[in-house]
Design a protein. Sequence first.
Length: 327
Amino acid sequence: MAKSKVYVTRMIPEAGIELLGEMCDVEINPEDRPLARAELLENVRGRQGVIGLLGDRIDSEFFDAAQEIKGYANYAVGFDNIDVGEATRRKVPVSNTPDVLTDATAEMAWSLLFAVARRVVESDQVMRAGDWSGWGPLQFIGGDVTGKTLGILGAGRIGTAMALMSKGFKMKVLYTDSSPQKTNLVLEEELGARKVGLEELFEESDFISIHVPLRPETRHLFNAASFKKMKKTAYLINTARGPVINEADLVEALRDKEIAGAALDVYEFEPRMAEGLSILDNVVTAAHTGSATESARKNMAILAAQNLLAMLSGKRPPTCLNPEIYE
Ligand code: DGY
């Protein structure tokens, strides 16, 4: 039987490619850069399977180009780049990579939290520039973490993992959930965490860490009005999706000291960041590296390959986003 033709839109860790190679003819974007839209549409023609990244828009135009597609596997847990409804209408299964990057992303949120609260990047820059004059009682004074209130916006897998990691810092934990009926028993039992509404999260938290998916209702959840509700001493951490924050409003809020600081791994218009952000001292910026550990990225590749192989053989993939098409 002829092997399925698979296209991978950017090189992923070898373990996933090896797995696919056993059963499929695999072609990979040879350049380590995202494909332009026209290149993506051109390259998916005639393929039965595609593994793509969070910047690849998987919509009706994509499916029109990929007429022979039997499955699309996202190399990411977030799937706001996929029009899942359109995939379902066309009976094309689509998948993502949950679980395997949960701890890595939660750890990144903590890295950012400490970096911004303890001004690690600012003092690093002073050291590298050779500008440090020696220890001083008033230098680089930041915010305390131990005993403070951590607000988790979206206590799903990653939000829950991040909250659980706060145990050693004896923090009070507040969390939100989009479903009014749902309580996070793990957080309530392990940490005495309390579910709150958005307003209380804004007003009471010393640190807010964002873990909601990007949906119409979460876009610009953080804007000029929300920054005004937050404590002037509060910090905002985002390892989820950039557009949850109105980045232009964040620049204003940081400049006017409406909040103490922000630490971002994701941006509203990646790979760019809002004008004015890069010159502020009270922000730490990373390059969307939440899942960038050896094991997380490797396991994402394996899971994406397993998903695609299942889809190509007509089976429901392990982490399917539209399982109803198999019913
Ligand atoms: C995801 O998986 O959604 C991250 O943003 C990248 O790993």
